[in-house]
Design a protein around this ligand. Structure first.
Ligand code: F6R
Length: 251
């Protein structure tokens, strides 16, 4: 289904290297925190944000940003993995960012992959984001198939936090983090596209040539639920921060 929209542009910032693009993302996140020290960040996992988180840790150590009052909500979590599982997104966030900055662990939220009532946990997550005043800056990566968070192609533009089945492609891509593909969970909890589009600012980071086609479709392709990232063009304040390799196919 193709979604018609009036505003259909996305800001694009291109840097020659992944390091520079990552530093730019860190600067934007730190800027949001400095503008609103008790604000709300939406965070992502995966290979893409690792360097940005390292840059952010560097800024924190240099005294350029204070996370003590900030609240964070992560995009997604595998169903079935406990928080301390090495491949859980909670564990990733603790390792890659939270334990190296002064965020209050009680103010960091990741969907609960072990919730006994998943539907209730999802609506609770939405309520917590609302009660926190909404997300000031949401960081995103992009999947090869255009997914954002675990909103795979076909996800509704107004979808909310919910349980989803991962596509075979996503399972294969994520198998690199597990000992074998059989260990990759088949389901996840993800913020919905509607949830993401409510963030006041969205920064999507894409690195490497492997993302070039997905980036091109996001920026120039039809706005369609078949390429979820293209739906970001319905938002007023989205910036795609790219390295040169990911920007290669942009005209
Ligand atoms: C991560 C997430 C995913 C990733 C995407 C890209 O929280 O929701 O959408 O952003 O799969 O993954 P990487 O960065 O590993 O290429």
């Amino acid at each position: 289904m193709t979604v018609e929209t009036e505003s259909n542009s996305i800001n694009v910032a291109i840097f020659s290297t992944a390091e520079e693009a990552s530093r730019e993302v860190a600067r934007r996140i730190a800027g949001a925190v400095n503008r609103r020290p008790d604000g709300v960040l939406g965070l992502a996992t995966g290979g893409t944000p690792v360097k940005a988180y390292q840059a952010l840790i560097g800024m924190y150590r240099d005294g350029k940003v204070d996370f003590s009052k900030i609240r964070t909500f992560n995009l997604d979590e595998y169903i079935g993995l406990p928080a301390d599982h090495p491949q859980s997104f909670r564990h990733f966030m603790d390792q890659q960012l939270f334990q190296s900055i002064n965020v209050d662990p009680e103010r960091t939220f990741v969907p609960d992959g072990l919730a006994s009532d998943v539907a209730q946990a999802c609506s609770q997550y939405e309520a917590m984001i609302r009660d926190a005043g909404g997300i000031d800056l949401q960081l995103l990566g992009i999947g090869h198939n255009g997914h954002i968070a675990f909103n795979e192609p076909g996800s509704a533009a107004d979808s909310r936090t919910r349980q989803v089945a991962l596509t075979d492609e996503t399972i294969e891509n994520n198998a690199r983090f597990f000992e074998s593909i059989d260990q990759v969970p088949r389901h996840a909890i993800t913020m919905g596209i509607g949830t993401i589009l409510e963030a006041r600012e969205i920064v999507l980071l894409a690195l490497g040539e492997g993302k070039a086609e997905a980036v091109k479709k996001m920026v120039h392709g039809p706005i369609t639920e078949q390429h979820p990232a293209s739906l970001l063009r319905r938002h007023r304040n989205v910036t795609a921060v790219l390295d040169a390799a990911a920007a290669r196919r942009l005209a």
